[in-house]
Design a protein around this ligand. Structure first.
Ligand code: GCW
Length: 843
């Protein structure tokens, strides 16, 4: 007993790895077991079905939340009349069978549930088994949040397709993965050892209503279809099945000519009968192992992937090849709308525009897709940028089922090293009104199938869950996965209240924890937009390399089509019909009119739709260029507050999650300065227009490394130039060398924060120490590539640039500051500058 009490008392402090996500079932202080029913009755008793999983989940959840154990009873093993109050879980049909009559409840749809806590018994009834499981998770979510109120309501999902897409490669790597290797694949096959992480992932997904998962990369490898892999996919499907998560596969369009055992064809023409037979055979083979497979996902004729256009067949003909093969098995074919020519787009042609591609490629195809086909459309016309208008394809396809593609993976949005809470972004898109045929046409009503009365519809999110204990590499990023499921279930939900639920479930009930995480998360998308790319210019990251740090010039001069068209005087894509690429004309007339004119285009999309001078005034009254400067300072100022805000949670969050999160938020604060300085310097240099507030290029507290006294260090001109203060860093003069950089500090005696900006490259672990008058203040290793998980860089650039800060250093005028850097591997202990900062100043 004593040890139990002790455990309860230290419960908060116990280290948590994050592996339980939001399903922690931590003890709830106000939970009173005497208010609980006395047992759980599981009506649909098949041992690997979702109702069984729900009963076990209820048992475990109650044990955690109430410290109380409930038995699970099965109708076969007891007399119904003998039981006292119960938590009854099952399908509506099984309830009617067992209790001799259908319950009086509202209409349920597939996957919907009814939850009734009003009587002495609790009823959790699903339209199907999956729905019952969702109801159980909802009940547990209430209890875990200390909500013991009496409720009786039905809940139905907004759409049938609520999937995640993992971009996992068969070798175990993950495209745009930032949280370790795949939980599914290794060395070309499905993992042979424990699939325990798959079980745990299934629980997480089911708890937010996700009912399907594509388990391999859309840049697909035909070897996913080998007999050995089909057997493995069967094991994954078996593992997910109790959680109602159906497995699907991404296909390589050219698989028939990939030399697999099913006969090697010299063609993959979707109309060739041999190709049709080939796919039917493969599909039948997979269904023999996975009878409930969700379907296929196909990326074709995009970014080098093969597709039907090779044979002059349409995208619809390509899609229907698979849809027809799936049709007898009840499977769904999801065809990606992300089709564009990444080879021939030519920026010197003013009217060319990748944003036009989707509607152009699908022109004439509306209504040509099979009934079990769905076109999956990225939320914006380009590619998961920090700000995009909703894709006009949502309105164009009215006789075709569509789904929206979101990205929990923060590919362009800080790669899980920056806190960016995404549901507010998704909500803006989902709430956008296309005004199709002058009628209210919210994107969410289109993707739920309601607006155009489509039978299939829904949502997909790209997710990069990996083997890291935190799942996504960052504890706080999990709010995005949680939020995705909640928004897909009900796109009218409020992102902040979703977040608050997640905070309670993930971190408990402390009001400071709640307010801090809520404030930070809700400010994070606007802050990230501010310090990365404003006014609809896109995330100004390096699109040719890692998609992580700043590199604005990489947007232009290549056929990827993410252009800004910035020159010395002006910037932005003219997408008007009157003078530009014509993209605005892809929207229905009312929306097109708004975007066609500068005066009606919202500021936050100005540069998406118009090419204007840097001196053009915005609606706010600021000029474009001054807005750039102000926004970048404002955004990074917000990020500076995150470590400080988080520090208030010491002792209120367990040490492990506290420290890991503090580390990331501190990194983000430092990297937001890299972003701020790179973007403002770049456009300052390009436009020649000064910041009216005199901040840009003016850093009174910095000491450039190249201006210090250097031993075994030499200046290095950084490219892109704007990712180093004064364009220049220092690197050790030879491999495996130890260099020093020192300077006498000409500051008033007092207490300072000392920040060091350095570069942390992939391929070495340089060691640094910072000393004052030869007395060490701190030391660190250049090992962020092991800790952070974002796409690493082998260069000194905006991805590798990082900052470390030593707080409250007592400095006397004339003290000598010295940094010693020991090169390792290809990492030459690079340094950019040191800031000696009076307390409260950031520079
Ligand atoms: O944005 C691009 C990504 C690719 C990705 C592609 C897609 C899977 O950089 O990594 O490939 O989008 O969505 O198909």
């Amino acid at each position: 007993m004593q040890s139990l009490l002790l455990l309860a008392a230290v419960g908060l402090a116990a280290a948590e790895t994050g592996i339980k996500g939001w399903l922690r079932y931590a003890p709830v202080p106000s939970a009173n077991a005497s208010s609980l029913p006395t047992n759980i009755i599981s009506l649909n008793a098949s041992s690997n079905g979702p109702v069984h999983a729900a009963a076990v989940e209820l048992q475990n959840g109650v044990a955690g939340i109430f410290n109380h154990s409930l038995n699970v009873l099965y109708p076969t093993s007891y007399q119904l009349s003998n039981t006292g109050s119960s938590i009854v879980i099952g399908t509506v049909a099984e309830y009617a069978n067992t209790f001799g009559g259908a319950p009086k409840i509202p209409q349920l749809e597939d996957d919907g549930y009814f939850l009734n806590t009003t009587g002495s018994s609790v009823q959790i009834l699903g339209h199907n088994e999956r729905g019952a499981l969702y109801g159980a998770f909802q009940y547990l979510s209430m209890l875990a949040q200390g909500n013991f109120s009496e409720v009786a309501y039905a809940s139905n999902p907004s759409a049938p397709i609520r999937w995640v897409n993992q971009w996992d490669n068969l070798d175990g790597s993950i495209e745009r993965g930032f949280a370790g290797p795949s939980i599914f694949w290794a060395n070309g096959t499905v993992k042979v050892n424990s699939l325990d992480r798959v079980t745990q992932y299934g629980r997480l997904l089911a708890s937010i209503g996700v009912n399907g998962i594509i388990i391999n990369n859309v840049n697909a490898n035909a070897s996913a279809l080998t007999p050995q892999n089909i057997e493995g996919i069967g094991r994954i499907a078996d593992t997910f099945r109790p959680y109602g998560v159906r497995v699907g596969l991404a296909l390589n369009f050219a698989s028939p000519s990939a030399n697999l055992v099913y006969g090697n064809l010299s063609t993959f023409d979707p109309l060739d009968p041999r190709v049709i037979d080939w796919w039917q055979n493969v599909t039948d083979t997979i269904y023999a192992t996975v009878p409930d497979m969700a379907g296929y996902l196909v990326k074709a004729n995009s970014e080098g992937q093969p597709g039907p256009l090779t044979y002059n067949r349409t995208l619809a003909q390509g899609a229907n090849l698979f849809a027809n093969a799936l049709q007898p098995h009840g499977g769904t074919l999801v065809f990606r709308a992300f089709v564009y020519d990444s080879v021939h787009l030519n920026e010197s042609v003013w009217t060319e525009d990748r944003a036009n591609a989707a509607v152009q490629f699908f022109t004439g195809l509306d209504g040509k897709f099979a009934e079990n086909a769905v076109v999956q459309i990225k939320y914006g016309p380009i590619d998961f940028q920090v700000r995009e208008p909703a894709s006009p394809l949502f309105s164009y396809l009215q006789n075709t089922s569509t789904a929206i593609e979101l990205q929990v993976t923060q590919e362009y949005l800080g790669q899980q090293c920056h806190l960016v809470y995404l549901p507010p972004l998704w909500k803006e898109i989902l709430d956008f009104d296309m005004r199709t045929n002058h009628t209210k046409s919210l994107v969410r009503d289109i993707v739920t199938g309601k607006r155009f009365k489509r039978p299939l519809s829904g949502y997909a999110a790209v997710v990069n869950v990996g083997t890291n204990d935190t799942w996504l590499g960052s504890h706080l990023s999990m709010s995005n996965l949680y939020g995705y499921g909640r928004m897909a279930w009900d796109p009218t939900s409020d992102p902040q209240s979703i977040l608050e639920d997640w905070v309670r479930l993930t971190f408990g009930f402390d009001p400071t924890v709640m307010s801090t995480i809520t404030n930070m998360s809700m400010s994070s998308w606007p802050a990230y937009e501010n310090y990365t790319g404003n006014l609809g210019i896109q995330t100004l990251t390096d699109i040719l390399y890692t998609h992580f740090g700043p590199n604005p010039q990489s947007q232009d001069g290549n056929p990827w089509g993410q252009w800004t068209r910035a020159d010395g005087h002006s910037i932005g894509m003219d997408r008007t019909v009157s003078n530009g690429t014509g993209f605005s004309g892809q929207y229905p007339a009312e929306v097109a009119a708004v975007y066609e004119n500068i005066s009606s285009t919202p500021d936050n999309l100005l540069l998406w739709f118009h090419h204007v001078n840097y001196t053009t005034p915005l609606k706010s009254g600021e000029t474009v260029i001054q807005h750039f400067y102000n926004a970048h300072y404002e955004g990074s100022n917000t990020a500076q507050t995150y470590p400080t805000q988080w520090s208030a949670l010491k002792g209120k969050v367990d040490a492990q999650r506290y420290n890991e999160t503090l580390f990331r938020l501190t990194y983000q604060a430092g990297h937001s300065l890299v972003w701020r300085d790179a973007i403002t310097n770049f456009y300052h240099n390009l436009s020649g227009i000064a910041d009216t507030q005199k901040r840009v290029g003016n850093h009174p507290y910095r000491i450039e490394a190249e201006s210090m006294n250097l031993t075994n260090y030499e200046p290095y001109t950084v490219s892109p130039f704007e990712t180093a203060s004064n364009f220049t860093a220092i690197v050790t003069s030879a491999n495996a060398t130890t260099g020093t950089a020192s300077t006498m500090l000409n500051v008033q005696s007092g207490t300072y924060d000392v920040a060091v900006n350095y570069y942390d490259l992939y391929g070495g672990k340089a060691q640094y120490s910072l000393a004052l008058n030869n007395k060490q203040i701190g030391a660190w290793t250049g090992n962020l590539e092991d800790v952070l998980g974002h796409t690493p860089s082998i260069y000194l650039d905006g991805h590798s640039a990082a900052r470390i800060t030593f707080r409250n250093v007592t400095i006397a005028k004339g003290d000598v500051l010295k940094i010693t850097g020991k090169a390792d591997g290809v990492e030459p202990a690079p340094l950019d500058y040191i800031s000696v900062l009076p307390l409260g100043v950031v520079d």
